[in-house]
Design a protein around this ligand. Structure first.
Ligand code: LCS
Length: 393
């Protein structure tokens, strides 16, 4: 079946199907590190690229290809590269597009380690960086230099839920011939498609909504055109951060229910954001679906839903936030996000602890900020849980 003109949920259900001699409906797991050649000539032809076919799993594997094809189809890309983790995806992209003297411009409040790998590791090889408040496009414009090799935005950003205008960034980047990459992890391919808004590359931590079951770590890069894909693929295959076929199979299995999971979690999140916003012990709530979100209108333009990620601050700051986190029983106190279950965590001491306090505060990550990844439980139980935990504050 061709999925070309099919709707999103049909693609979610069937994309990446593998034709199998036994008619297996579920894609087989090709759990092999290497592939036999029928002759020395065939081995020669595979290596020289005269013949298509598999060689060695770091270079390519049918199960990993199935997942890559599925996610590329959902993001509207021409192809994708699955990686061992989300960090392997971003690092591989940085390695492919940056180099000594090149500069990257990024969203200031992005996932801590994505910023950290640039500041602490790529800088050792002469890479320059500017992390700016990308909610104001002028900050990106001011940071552009002849050496800019990549603009990398995260929207909504982890954990501030700040939203950056993807189309405006793409227009600006292309005026200067710079590729634009978007970390779309918080939205998933269900709620935002950056390539359609002009981005060149979409990145996901597939550990989150794409897998959705809190049991696999993985990442992916999806490309709009072949030259950037080939350039990045060359780096990925030699650096070796590729995804294992068993990991790919699990993620593909998780992906099949993404539509249902994202929808249910979002319905819960809308209600929880309203509940928290009206609670007398809550200072503020940041959720794209609330009209109080500073980029609520932009969210409506570029996202097809508000998702299930939010941050908020309990009155009384850090101490009060910790009390809340220590007293929830339905929500789990853990980092990560985008799974079927509700997770709560404290970015300043956990996911963003690697950033300096100054950089954190500059980018809006207050010491009292609590992040909530709303899951698929019954919303009444989630609200009761928060209500009980807030009583202890
Ligand atoms: N991008 C975003 C937006 C993320 O939230 C994460 C992980 C990554 C990239 C990196 O992906 P990974 O290598 O972990 O697959 N975010 C995490 C978080 O907020 N808590 O724990 C991990």
């Amino acid at each position: 079946m061709s999925l070309k003109n099919k709707k999103r949920d049909t693609k979610v259900t069937h994309a990446g199907h593998v034709k199998d001699p036994f008619g297996s409906v579920s894609p087989p797991i090709y759990q092999t590190s290497t592939f036999a050649f029928e002759s020395a000539d065939q081995g020669d032809a595979r290596f020289s690229g005269k013949e298509d076919g598999y060689i060695y799993t770091r270079i390519g594997n049918p199960t990993t290809d199935a997942l890559q094809n599925a996610v590329a189809s959902l993001e509207g890309g021409i192809g994708a590269l699955a990686t061992a983790s989300g960090m392997a995806a971003s690092s591989t992209l940085f390695m492919a597009l940056l180099g000594s003297g090149k500069q990257i411009i990024g969203t200031d409040a992005m996932y801590g380690p994505t910023r950290g790998v640039v500041e602490n590791e790529f800088s050792r090889f002469g890479v320059k960086y500017d992390f700016v408040d990308s909610t104001d496009i002028e900050n990106i414009r001011k940071a552009i230099r002849p050496e800019t090799g990549l603009i990398f935005i995260e929207t909504p950003a982890n954990p501030t839920i700040n939203i950056t205008d993807i189309q405006a960034c793409a227009d600006l980047a292309h005026e200067h011939n710079i590729p634009l990459a978007v970390d779309n992890t918080f939205m998933s391919p269900m709620l935002q498609n950056p390539l359609a808004l002009g981005a060149d590359i979409v990145m996901h931590s597939m550990t989150k909504f794409i897998n959705g079951h809190t049991d696999v770590v993985g990442g992916i890069l999806v490309f709009k055109e072949s030259a950037l894909l080939q350039k990045t693929k060359k780096v990925l295959l030699s650096m070796g951060g590729t995804m294992d076929p068993h990991q790919a199979w699990l993620v593909l299995r998780g992906l099949r229910t993404i539509s249902l999971r994202v929808e249910k979690a979002q319905q819960n999140a809308v209600k929880i954001s309203e509940y928290l916003e009206n609670h007398q012990k809550i200072e503020w709530v940041r959720y794209p679906g609330l009209t109080s979100h500073p980029q609520h209108n932009l969210a409506k333009q570029q996202m097809s839903g508000s998702g299930s990620m939010m941050s908020f601050e309990v009155k009384g700051g850090l101490g009060a936030g910790k009390k809340l986190m220590d007293n929830v029983t339905v929500a789990t106190l853990a980092v990560s996000l985008g799974g079927y279950e509700t997770l709560i965590q404290h970015p300043a001491s956990m996911t963003h602890a690697g950033m300096s306090q100054d950089a954190r505060l500059d980018s809006g990550i207050t010491n009292g900020l609590v992040r909530l990844s709303v899951g698929c439980e019954d919303v009444e139980d989630l609200i009761d849980d928060l209500e009980n935990a807030l009583k202890s504050v």
